[in-house]
Design a protein around this ligand. Structure first.
Ligand code: UD1
Length: 425
């Protein structure tokens, strides 16, 4: 029952250091399953989802050691691993589905509980399933589990075309294809920086992948892969969240270990809102001197505007000068957060996957509830510019993706405390 008690009114000034990307680290840990032996992954953030993934890998038979101090995870993968990912872990984190591809590739079968995770839409698995079937697997759903069996001779490479560049489906099929027989082509593949990161680790392990970073991945199956050491790409969503924080609070934040090129559209939007953005040696600096101007947003797969920055940008537009339209094309339920933001006085109307945001001069602090990771961050940012006090409930969502969020905010000058409220049940 932890909450954040946030006082509005601070101008955030200072420096932050971005860790490796959550959405990459979790998948890289699953990639390690593809090779017997010891893989080492650096820049793995100390967040709850990493703890859950580590536990999942242990249940599959691996020895996993995580050091919060060095942000390194060491994974020892035995010759024989289990093929079952249990519901109690998978339901807590949708990214657990990342083990599906490696399990089928390594053991010829997988029993993976149907995932839970963020409450941000239906998040189907149809493209994962259709792709595995085209590669020769038999897929059924039994008692809440996805049950997959590869043929005796293993999966076969084939031509795959995704209906939509799904991040998860691209990852599953890529990981299943690296040791399949023959050549697999994944057309209309996702090309997020996190997918490129996975490809780079796989290539180091001996996988043959062409077209990395493009919508067409061509994978020639190899017999086996070797364990490696790899460093996770920087978290563009965390970096983008700090950039929005600087703009909303009319502050000045230097963001270290960040890649501007991974945030091009988002940073262009912030520039249009009035921010000054400068490249630095290892990241960029964002400063803002006036009230931001409204800017329209349309979320799309990379290199489009990231859905994972949409709530933060709605919070920004809620206090901006003007009216704008935000279109969410990836997760239909992501606007659930708008109801909470409205409790702070924001003027946001939604219709299907569009939200009309009329900027207000002022928001006013109130109790609110985080509905997913990014929504939680959007609410904290809104609380930082609202008059008075905002109490953000359900901050375990934020802990899933942001390391010591409140400590970093305090170091920038924010007044925010973590409190444990008594459980009334
Ligand atoms: C990943 C990220 C998430 C990010 C999203 C889009 C992780 C742990 N999560 O989620 O933070 O917001 O990419 O950048 O990396 N879909 C189907 N059928 C499928 C696969 C997906 O209908 O087979 C739908 C989903 O329901 C969703 C949309 O496609 O509405 C996007 O899904 P996808 O790109 O796969 O995102 P995730 O991998 O779930």
């Amino acid at each position: 029952m932890d909450v954040f008690r946030v006082q509005g009114g601070a101008r955030l000034v200072g420096e932050v250091w971005v860790t490796g990307a959550k959405n990459s680290s979790l998948k890289l840990m699953a990639v390690a399953l593809l090779a017997t032996g010891r893989s080492v992954i650096h820049a793995v953030p100390n967040i709850l989802d990493v703890t859950i993934m580590a536990e999942l890998l242990r249940r599959l038979g691996c020895a996993v050691e995580y050091s919060a101090e060095t942000q390194t995870v060491v994974i020892d993968v035995p010759e024989q691993i289990s093929h079952r990912a249990d519901y109690d872990l998978v339901r807590r984190m949708r990214a657990s589905i990342a083990v599906l591809g490696p399990l089928v590739a390594r053991t010829g079968s997988a029993d993976v509980a149907l995932p839970g995770g963020d409450a941000i839409g239906s998040r189907g698995l149809d493209m994962h399933i259709a792709g595995l079937e085209l590669m020769g697997a038999e897929v059924t759903s039994e008692h809440g589990y996805l049950v997959v069996h590869a043929p005796e001779a293993g999966l076969s490479g084939t031509q795959l075309y995704l209906d939509f560049p799904s991040v998860g489906a691209t990852e599953t099929l890529l990981m299943a294809a690296v040791t399949a027989n023959g050549v697999t082509k994944i057309d209309n593949a996702a090309r997020e920086p996190e997918i490129i990161d996975i490809c780079l680790m796989l290539q180091d392990m001996g996988a043959q992948i062409e077209g990395v970073g493009s919508p067409l991945l061509t994978i020639t199956g190899v017999k086996s892969l070797k364990p490696v050491e790899h460093t996770t790409v920087s978290d563009r969503i965390v970096a983008g969240s700090w950039a929005v924080a600087a703009v909303m609070t009319q502050g000045d934040i230097t963001i270290h270990n960040a890649r501007m090129e991974h945030l091009s559209i988002a940073l262009e939007k912030l520039t249009a809102a009035g921010a000054k953005i400068e490249a630095t040696d290892d990241g960029f600096r964002v400063s803002m001197e006036t009230r931001p101007k409204s800017t329209d947003i349309v979320t799309l797969p990379y290199p489009g505007f990231p859905t994972d920055l949409q709530p933060q940008f709605i919070a920004l537009n809620a206090i901006a000068d003007g009216t704008c339209m935000v279109t969410e094309n990836l997760f239909e339920a992501r606007f659930r957060f708008v109801q909470e933001l409205s409790r702070l006085g924001a003027d946001v109307r939604t219709d299907g996957h569009h939200a009309l945001v009329r900027g207000k001069q002022k928001l006013s602090g109130a109790p609110v509830e985080a509905t997913d990771i990014r929504a939680g961050v959007g609410l904290v940012l809104a609380g930082l510019v609202a008059e008075g006090e905002t109490l953000v409930h359900c901050i375990d969502h934020i802990d899933r993706g942001y390391v010591k969020f409140e400590e970093q905010l305090r170091s920038l000058g924010a007044t925010i405390e973590r409190e444990t409220l008594p459980d009334l049940d």
